[in-house]
Structure formats: structure tokens, C-alpha cells
Design a protein around this ligand. Structure first.
Ligand SMILES: Cc1cc2nc3c(=O)[nH]c(=O)nc-3n(C[C@H](O)[C@H](O)[C@H](O)COP(=O)(O)OP(=O)(O)OC[C@H]3O[C@@H](n4cnc5c(N)ncnc54)[C@H](O)[C@@H]3O)c2cc1C
Length: 399
């Protein structure tokens, strides 16, 4: 039985993962429909990028230096011990700090420019995979395709529907954040010149400091464990910002741009990331605590890998094969699990004190850590990566 498909691929979710998959599939010449339930530009947290995303950005035909702050690297700081360590991340491949509202809009618009049909304010409500096609119910009506990409972010549409999501409880449990502007003064100059992300260690977790153009910084407190009793999230956030001498100096004269926002229970795995006529990419395939800024990087690289394979499947007429993504998924999980092991070590061991702050003692280890923090996860020759993966955690999907 043959079906008349209006589209080859429907992509649900117009964040970085969905827009990337849609653009690349449209570049291959497929008929692509990209559906976004919101409307760009919309706020999104997740502003610090990794250099190994750059090859995907280049494939999309975008210049991400425009309007964004160049990011040299990451500085880990413990004010209570007066310790700090800088890791150089940008090199041949460069990273930027981005305002996600503008960045995500640009990616979405880029998908349209490359030939994908895009719809905003259009939510996917239901999916049916029977009879050799994908039938998608949206807030605008029913559409048909040969393939579905779930890029719905932490909403993880298919994972929730199929009950294949598993919470990770051992990492950060909630984040509180806001933007501050204008930041001026000598410290601000240094921060903007380097474009570094600062990661400040505090007793209940860690704080990110990300410079964003123009003269704006993003500050977020990620808390491990439960919220301390008898205090509002707003008060807790301000207590830790005020408790840092570095932040007090940086933010002198700056105002908070909006009330503190929060995100809770953000880390989860998706045990069924692909199957017959579907794949989940980006956060919908699993999300890790943001301490090493891996989210958008895994979203971009995962979506690109998925798009290449879907293209091949459509050309060969085997897109309905439930094992289509098997080999690629193992590659993606190698990267994901490396980051997972790395983040678990951050929370469960003395990684920062014993390794990061001591990294100046061994240039090779420092380099190996920098490579992982930059997103160089598939070189196969990183001794630190091998050590991480041999750790006590037997992680899913490892060969
Ligand atoms: C506190 C915090 C801090 C973070 N910091 C960083 C960081 O510094 N660096 C970094 O790289 N990452 C960071 N991240 C992670 C990063 O934000 C995500 O990994 C990234 O946004 C994933 O992209 P995505 O396209 O998969 O999902 P999203 O960006 O969430 O996009 C999904 C899109 O799908 C749409 N959608 C959802 N459901 C539907 C539906 N049913 N129909 C149609 N559309 C739908 C949504 O509206 C959304 O636009 C952070 C995350 C958190 C929680």
C-alpha cells in the first residue's frame, strides 16, 4: 500500500535541535515541515556554547560570531579557598556566548531560508505510526509524513508518551537565574574581553556567570539537593549572589533585568531514542545538568547525525527500519555518557579540588580536560575520557 505524503519529514519543536535537523534535511532536498508551539523570539536558558558545535553551525551556513560574545574558555573558581583554574576551550574551533532568543530565532529562520516549511504557534498534539506512515495531529490540523523527528526539548513528547524517561536524581536539582545589566568596571572589562564562563563553587552547588552582549551577564545558581527551608527561591538566589565578593564587584551599579526564574528536575535519560519512523534529538533524547554547557552542543551534533541518517534512509527507502539509527545512537551516547560521567564526578567526588584546581601540575591532563570541556568527544584518544568511562558507573549504550 502506498501513501501520498505531503512531507518527507515532520520536525516537532523549533529549538536548536529541531531547526538544525530541519535545515539539513531541507538542504538534502527533502520536503520538511518544522512545527514550533511557541513564537520566536522567545526566551530560553542555555547561553554558553562549546567550540565543537562550530562545524554544525558552518553546515547550517551561519556565522555565529555576529552579535555574540567570543568565549575563550571556562574559569572554575572557589572563592572560599582562593582557588581558580582556567581551561582554554576555543582554538581552531571557536565558541560564543549567545542570547538564546536571538540565536534560536536565527536558527529557525535559517531552516525556512533553506526550504523547510515552518509554522509557529503550532503545537504537536498527537502522533500515530500505524500503516507505514506518520500521522501528526497539530493545533492547526492533521499532517502526514514518512518520518518524525521529536525535538520538543525537555517536554520530550515521545519519551513521555512511551514512558521511557528516567529521572537522574544525583545531579543538580534546581536552577535559579536572572540577567543583570549594565555591568561596567574593570572586572566587567576583563570578563567581556575573555568572554569566559565563570563557574563559582558554593556550598550548595555552583553559580554560572556568562557575559552576553551588550554589557549584560547571565547569573544562575544551581542547587544540589533540596531547597533549604524557610527561604524563598528569590531570597536564596540573592543570598548567594551577595555572598560572592566577585559577583558583588561585578554587579555594582547593574540592575536585575527580570525576577528570578527557576527550572527544577532537569536531568533525565530517554531509554527509547529511536524506532520505526522516529528519532528523538536534543533534550528530548536526554538532558544533563548544565555545569559543562553541553546541552546545545549535544542538540546540534545529535540533530546533524540524525538528519544525515534520515536522508540516507529516505533515499534508500528504508526509513521505516526500526534499527536505522542504531550505529549513530551508539556514537551519540558515547558523547552523552562521557558528559554524564563527567558531571556525576563533578557532583560526587573531589573532581574540582583534586583534579581541576591541580591541573597546572600536569599539562597533559589539563589539555585532556580542556578537550572534553570543548566538546571533543569522539577523537578516541583522550586518556581522561577513557578514565571517566571506566569509572564505577556502567552507563547505558556503551560499546
Ligand atoms: C538551567 C539550565 C541552564 C542551561 N545552560 C546551558 C548552557 O549554558 N549551555 C548549553 O549548551 N545548554 C544549556 N542548557 C541546556 C539547553 O538549554 C538545552 O540543551 C537546549 O535548549 C536543547 O535544545 P533543544 O532544541 O533540544 O530543546 P529546546 O531548546 O528546549 O527547544 C524545544 C522547542 O520545542 C518546542 N516544543 C515543545 N513541545 C512542542 C510541541 N508539542 N509541538 C511543537 N513544539 C514544541 C518548544 O517550544 C521549544 O521551542 C541549560 C539548561 C538549563 C535547564
Amino acid at each position: 500500500m502506498t501513501h501520498q505524503h505531503r512531507y518527507d519529514v515532520i520536525v516537532a519543536g523549533g529549538g536548536p535541535a529541531g531547526s538544525t535537523a530541519a535545515t539539513l534535511l531541507a538542504q538534502y532536498g527533502h520536503r520538511v515541515l518544522l512545527l514550533e508551539k511557541g513564537r520566536h523570539p522567545r526566551f530560553h536558558i542555555g547561553e554558553s556554547m562549546l567550540p565543537y558545535s562550530e562545524p554544525v553551525i558552518q553546515r547550517l551556513g551561519l556565522d555565529w560570531s555576529e552579535g555574540n560574545v567570543f568565549k575563550s574558555g571556562a574559569v572554575f573558581i572557589d572563592e572560599s579557598q582562593e582557588k581558580r583554574m582556567f581551561f582554554q576551550l576555543s582554538g581552531e574551533k571557536r565558541a560564543y556566548q549567545v542570547e538564546r532568543s536571538a540565536f534560536d530565532s536565527k536558527l529557525f529562520e535559517n531552516a525556512r531560508r533553506h526550504g523547510a516549511e515552518t509554522r509557529q504557534n503550532c503545537a504537536v498534539k498527537g502522533v500515530d505510526f500505524s500503516a507505514g506512515q506518520v500521522v501528526v495531529d497539530t493545533s492547526d490540523g492533521r499532517v502526514h509524513a514518512r518520518y518524525l523527528v521529536d525535538a520538543t526539548g525537555r517536554g520530550a513528547m515521545l519519551g513521555r508518551r512511551q514512558r521511557t524517561l528516567e529521572k537522574v536524581k544525583t545531579l543538580g536539582s534546581f536552577a535559579l537565574y536572572s540577567h543583570y545589566a549594565p555591568v561596567r568596571g574593570q572586572l566587567a572589562e576583563q570578563l567581556f574581553k575573555s568572554g569566559n564562563i565563570w563557574i563559582l563553587m558554593v556550598d550548595i552547588g555552583w553559580i554560572w556567570v556568562i557575559p552576553l552582549a551588550p554589557r549584560r551577564v547571565s547569573i544562575g545558581l544551581v542547587v544540589r539537593g533540596r531547597k533549604p527551608g524557610g527561604v524563598t527561591t528569590e531570597t536564596l538566589f540573592h543570598r548567594y549572589v551577595a555572598g560572592s565578593a566577585l559577583l558583588s564587584q561585578l554587579l555594582q551599579g547593574a540592575r536585575q533585568c527580570w525576577p528570578v526564574k527557576s527550572e527544577a528536575n532537569f536531568s533525565f535519560l530517554n531509554r527509547a531514542r529511536y524506532g520505526a519512523r522516529f528519532i528523538s534529538v536534543g533534550d528530548a533524547a536526554g538532558f544533563l545538568d548544565p555545569v559543562f554547557s553541553s546541552g546545545v552542543f549535544l542538540a546540534l551534533t545529535g540533530a546533524a547525525r540524525a538528519a544525515d541518517r534520515i536522508h540516507q534512509g529516505l533515499v534508500d527507502g528504508c526509513e521505516g527500519d526500526p534499527h536505522l539509527h542504531q550505529a549513530d545512537d551508539a556514537a551519540h551516547q558515547l558523547g552523552f555518557n562521557t558528559m554524564y560521567a563527567f558531571v556525576e564526578r563533578f557532583y560526587q567526588s573531589q573532581l574540582i579540588n583534586n583534579v581541576f584546581f591541580e591541573a597546572h601540575r600536569d599539562a597533559q591532563i589539563k589539555q585532556a580536560i580542556s578537550e572534553l570541556l570543548a566538546g571533543n568527544l569522539w577523537s578516541g584518544d583522550n586518556p581522561w575520557q577513557a578514565t571517566l568511562l571506566k569509572g564505577r558507573f556502567r552507563l547505558e549504550g556503551m560499546p
